[in-house]
Ligand binder design. Structure first.
Ligand code: ATP
Ligand code: MG
Length: 255
């Protein structure tokens, strides 16, 4: 049965979408059947996986607001073994349109339940906010994977995120776990990156992935070609590191 992982951190620009795209694609390249769900109105995961945000027929918005069934909204085999439930700017209206809707915390979960047997992994990219869209991702998920950028303010905001996850555990989804944190944009040339990793390890009582994602310019370039890193530059450090992360995620699930 599918394992559902939300990639979340309300802090902007920490590498959520880069991780969601490339973890999904790496899992797919390892033969796992993957569904990638884009819960961010920015739609960067969709475009980074080669979907034209403005041409796509049905999106997460239609699923959440228009009650369109999930199967109608999924783009199949965007890449071998990888289906995508896309989003675009339409989704930015959802937060307001959901006011007063019954069971609004569970709309995504109820739809994902219909298809989750088909997948080994479902990866959900969250927006940089603790919004109803993120709550929908968290009620749908088995666990939350938190990317942390290796920079000075890395820990800022993390306690609110953990508090939100705990509230969701208490009130909406008792099975939700914290998958762990993954360091992103590690720069081996600076002491700062190393200090951040040491500091977080000392202060955060959570599973920390052994794989550290380096700062790698190929990772930043790939989305403009609509490709995950393993297709854009198979020999890059970025490809190697996200493949290692995918293996860790698979092994953790089998423990
Ligand atoms: P948002 O909060 O806006 O959704 P995010 O957390 O999803 O942002 P990304 O979009 O993945 O973050 O990354 C922010 C920027 O940093 C992007 O331009 C991306 O290409 C770049 N980036 C992410 N990870 C890396 C990396 N390991 N090496 C180099 N650039 C990276
Ligand atoms: Mg993003």
């Amino acid at each position: 049965m599918g394992r559902i992982i939300a990639i979340a951190n309300q802090k902007g620009g920490v590498g959520k979408t880069t991780t969601a795209i490339n973890l999904s694609a790496s899992l797919a390249s390892l033969g796992k059947k993957v569904l990638a769900i884009d819960m961010d109105p920015q739609g960067n995961m969709s475009s980074g996986l080669g979907i034209d945000k403005n041409e796509v027929e049905k999106t997460v918005y239609d699923l959440i607001i228009e009650n369109i069934g999930i199967e109608e909204c999924i783009c199949e085999e965007v890449i071998e073994n990888l289906d995508v439930l896309p989003s675009n700017i339409d989704l930015s209206a959802a937060e307001i349109e959901l006011i007063g809707v019954d069971n609004k915390e569970y709309i995504l979960r109820d739809e994902v339940n219909k298809v989750k047997e088909k997948y080994d992994f479902i990866i959900i990219d969250c927006p940089p906010a603790l919004s109803m869209l993120t709550i929908n991702a968290m009620t749908t998920s088995d666990s939350v994977l938190v990317p942390i950028q290796c920079e000075y303010y890395a820990l800022e905001g993390l306690s609110q995120l953990i508090h939100t996850i705990e509230l969701v555990q208490e009130r909406l989804n008792p099975a939700l776990e914290i998958e762990g944190v993954v360091f992103t944009m590690y720069d081996a040339r600076t002491n700062l990156s190393l200090q951040v990793v040491e500091n977080v390890k000392d202060n955060l009582n959570q599973n920390i992935y052994k794989t550290i994602i380096p700062r790698n310019v190929r990772l930043a370039e790939a989305p403009s070609y609509g490709m995950p890193i393993n297709l854009y530059d198979p020999k890059s450090k970025g490809t190697e590191s996200y493949l290692l992360l995918a293996e860790e995620v698979i092994n953790k699930g089998e423990e």
